[in-house]
Design a protein around this ligand. Structure first.
Ligand SMILES: [Zn+2]
Length: 455
């Protein structure tokens, strides 16, 4: 196994290199959402290739039809297991007025690294990279590949196309994704499941224009009221229970062991409420909240448009309306089936409503037990001093599902970000504590995989 002292010295010795690399990366505004930054995206890819090459890896830019993927790594032997580390190098926009500094001017203060992309996901990528370099220096019998996407923040539209290039992006024996957030500082939490998603637009047109209710009301149909009736038929607004027939048929309920593991994550109801500005919730029970946000499907109403939205009341009967909804899905549900059930149900209740899908993501179910999970647990314990809780995520990461479909290999998570780091928020930062412990955890994880051998 790895020598603790050598690793400690390596990490201390790597600090300035880590800070220099992170600083340069943060200062490239790689905002995939904004076409103005196309040049920066290219610069980001080139810088990433340079860093990998500087550390002795082979690396290349892989074209995808959109922004490229950076792929690289070290090969130590064909009989050794190959692991791919997934991170992304694109970032969220940073126009929020709350920024206390220029978001793309890297600022280092007291072990904190400030700037857009520092925690999502450039800092974690570099921690994994330096952890990998150490494991290889120590002669770990493993092939390590880095896969750095540049379109994660826009839903990975060309990632699947990129993965088709099996020469530049070979299929590994397992994957580790480092792009997730713990629930609480000091309590490592690694997800093993993600919810899926299907959005839908329900539109109803009953006239060519808005009419006066004094003149037409009573005889005119009201599309907004009809759409509200549909929303009511689909979901019990008080409990959140979805009422679409067949909706829960394929749901796999979390086991007692899973719920027990959720409870180790450091989740607190008060902090959850504060973080999202909630005054009240549907339930106060921590285990039930975690089950609901991570392991249960939902039906949400996001918007209802049409009619009059100005001050006061204007007595129009709208000619059309649109209801925007989505369903979060859990393992074994599929967006295709959930949409079909919705469409069939709405069609039966109100055939004049048009139902159209919008955005589809499959849920992901990873490993909750077995040798890979044990390896993550031991590595996180070695890095962070505490065994991680295995939790699920309520959101979706499209790239994860794409890798699972393309490769059919175990996908594990080792996220390094904390809730206070400000993912997708103003004043984003990363910190040396998470970076250095992360390097340690990754180095140990690679050693664990080396020990497991090719499976
Ligand atoms: Zn991210």
């Amino acid at each position: 196994m790895l020598n603790a002292e050598t690793l400690e010295n390596y990490i201390t010795g790597s600090r300035s290199r880590f800070e220099e690399m992170l600083g340069q990366m943060v200062e490239v505004p790689s905002i995939s959402m904004d076409p103005v930054h196309a040049g920066d995206m290219r610069r980001m890819a080139e810088l990433a290739v340079q860093y990998l090459t500087d550390l002795g890896a082979e690396a290349q830019i892989v074209e995808t039809g959109g922004y490229p993927i950076v792929s690289g790594g070290w090969t130590t032997g064909a009989h050794h297991p190959t692991v791919t580390i997934y991170n992304h190098m694109d970032v969220q926009p940073a126009q929020e007025p709350e920024w206390k500094q220029a978001p793309f001017a890297f600022k280092k203060e007291n072990g904190l690294y400030r700037g857009r992309g520092a925690t999502d996901d450039k800092g974690p990528a570099l921690s994994a990279l330096l952890g990998a370099r150490f494991a290889l220096d120590e002669g770990t019998p493993i092939n390590i590949r880095l896969l750095w996407e540049l379109e994660e923040e826009i839903g990975s539209p060309h990632f699947a196309a990129g993965l088709k290039n099996r020469v530049a992006i070979p299929r590994p024996d397992s994957v580790v994704v480092s792009d997730t957030i713990w629930i609480a500082k000091g309590r490592p939490a690694m997800p093993y499941g993600l919810r899926g998603l299907i959005g839908a637009r329900l539109t109803l047109k009953t006239g060519t224009k808005d009419a006066h209710s004094g003149v037409t009301g009573g005889a005119a149909r009201n599309p907004l009221a009809e759409l509200m009736e549909i929303a009511h038929a689909c979901v019990d607004a008080k409990t959140g229970k979805v009422k679409i027939p067949g909706f829960y048929d394929d749901v796999v309920e979390p086991t007692k062991a899973e719920i027990k593991s959720f409870l180790k994550s450091g989740f607190e109801v008060s902090r959850f409420k504060q973080a999202y500005g909630f005054q009240t919730l549907r339930t106060q029970e921590p285990a039930e909240i975690m089950r609901r946000i991570w392991a249960a499907p939902t039906f949400e109403v996001h918007g209802l448009t049409g009619g009059y939205h100005g001050p006061g009341v204007k007595t129009v009967v709208p000619g059309h309306g649109e209801l925007k909804v989505s369903m979060r899905l859990v393992p074994k549900q599929t967006p295709e089936k959930a949409f079909a059930l919705l469409k069939k149900y709405v069609g039966k209740l109100n055939p004049s409503i048009k139902v159209e899908p919008e955005g589809m993501l499959q849920p992901f179910q990873g490993l909750f037990e077995g040798p890979y999970v044990e390896a993550v647990k031991r590595a996180a314990k070695a890095g962070f001093g505490k065994e991680p809780a295995f939790i699920r995520e309520g959101g979706s990461i499209g790239a994860v599902v794409t890798m699972q479909k393309a490769w059919k290999v175990p996908i594990l998570f080792m996220g390094l970000s904390l809730p206070e780091h400000g993912y997708h928020a103003p004043n984003e930062y990363f910190d040396w504590g998470q970076a250095s412990s992360g390097m340690k955890a990754f180095a140990h994880y690679f050693a664990e995989l080396g020990k497991m051998g090719k499976r």
